[in-house]
Write a protein that binds this ligand. Structure first.
Ligand SMILES: Cc1cc2nc3c(=O)[nH]c(=O)nc-3n(C[C@H](O)[C@H](O)[C@H](O)COP(=O)(O)OP(=O)(O)OC[C@H]3O[C@@H](n4cnc5c(N)ncnc54)[C@H](O)[C@@H]3O)c2cc1C
Length: 305
């Protein structure tokens, strides 16, 4: 249900064009599924972000942060209260060997900016479809690199709306985790400390990683990337493949035939299709190999009533 009083306050903080009512979240997620957000707000300045966080607290209204929606499953009942997306805070600039990116910039574009400046260290991120904020949240990584290797510092606001400047070590970055969810930080900006390199060599690495990704991942379908974390000593994709699960389909969601670690939306899947298929995969792998597959992808929102 829309809170009109909160809507009025939001358009006062930012502007009418930045506040959407009953917005379908399937338009904002890589899986192309999810119900409606009561209010989706896309602030344009750090001050607006601060004021929106304070408003949600004052009004005691649920608040959810959405990045690029590439590591999320939003349930079919959607999300109540305020959903905030920072994709308008997407400036990327270079200072010497540092690249400074707004949290709503794509990490892919940040990696391309580093290439443009012949700076090495962000090549691994050239195909990760998340935002800078989302990449810090889960210490995104690929092909031997991760955010932890090159992040120097970050500007965040805490759950009370206070602005904090933190060093990378303050985020406890580890394999696909950070303390951002526990602390309730909202990342506004990240500074990556890179090294001078050779343009052609950096480009060659990025081209090679792009080729590997395109040949191995089902990028032709909507998905949320790898659904499960790598269990210690195993590969999730291999366990799923060896369980004979590739091609298994529930509704419109299917365990990818190209990469077993992915679940793809091949035919107007619902979030419920996805969730059932995730449970089925977890149970089958547990029964067959005794290994627990922990989800990498986050599930948010409400079930349909
Ligand atoms: C085809 C495909 C390939 C992928 N390949 C990889 C890969 O190689 N390596 C990898 O690590 N991941 C990969 N992913 C997963 C995904 O891209 C990353 O997890 C990415 O970091 C998620 O960022 P996002 O902006 O999309 O976050 P979202 O999915 O929108 O959100 C994820 C979480 O981050 C939080 N968050 C978002 N922005 C902020 C912010 N500004 N401040 C605080 N919290 C925030 C959200 O609240 C949410 O809890 C892939 C996904 C797809 C679809």
């Amino acid at each position: 249900m829309i809170n009109h009083h909160v809507y009025e306050k939001l358009i006062h903080i930012t502007s009418e064009k930045n506040v959407m009512v009953n917005e379908p979240l399937k338009s904002h997620t890589y899986t192309r599924l999810g119900g409606l957000a009561d209010l989706l707000v896309t602030p344009e300045t750090y001050e607006e972000v601060q004021q929106i966080v304070k408003l949600a607290k004052e009004e005691d209204i649920p608040f959810t942060l959405l990045g690029n929606g590439s590591n999320l499953i939003v349930k079919d009942g959607g999300i109540r209260g305020i959903v905030m997306n920072l994709n308008k805070l997407n400036e990327i600039r270079t200072e010497g060997t540092k690249v400074i990116a707004g949290s709503g910039a794509r990490i892919i574009d940040t990696s391309r900016e580093a290439l443009k400046q012949s700076l090495t260290g962000l090549e691994f991120a050239c195909g990760i479809p998340g935002s800078v904020g989302g990449a810090l949240y889960m210490n995104a990584g690929a092909y031997g690199g991760e955010i932890k290797d090159c992040l120097e510092s970050t500007l965040v606001i805490d759950h009370n709306g206070n602005l904090l400047s933190l060093q990378a070590k303050d985020l406890d970055l580890d394999y696909r985790t950070s303390n951002i969810p526990d602390k309730g930080y909202i990342v506004l900006e990240a500074t990556f400390a890179l090294n001078e390199g050779n343009y052609d060599e950096i480009k060659a690495v990025m081209d090679d990683l792009t080729f590997k990704r395109e040949s191995k991942q089902p990028l032709e379908y909507p998905s949320c990337g790898s659904v499960f974390k790598r269990p210690p000593g195993y590969y999730a994709g291999k366990l799923i493949q060896d369980s004979g699960l590739q091609g298994t389909q529930i509704g419109g969601a299917q365990v990818s035939l190209k990469h077993a670690g992915f679940i793809v939306n091949i035919d107007n899947a619902t979030a419920n299709d996805y969730l059932q298929l995730i449970k089925h995969v977890q149970k089958t792998v547990k029964d067959k190999f005794g290994v627990t597959l922990e989800r990498e992808v986050r599930i948010i929102g409400e079930d349909i009533e």
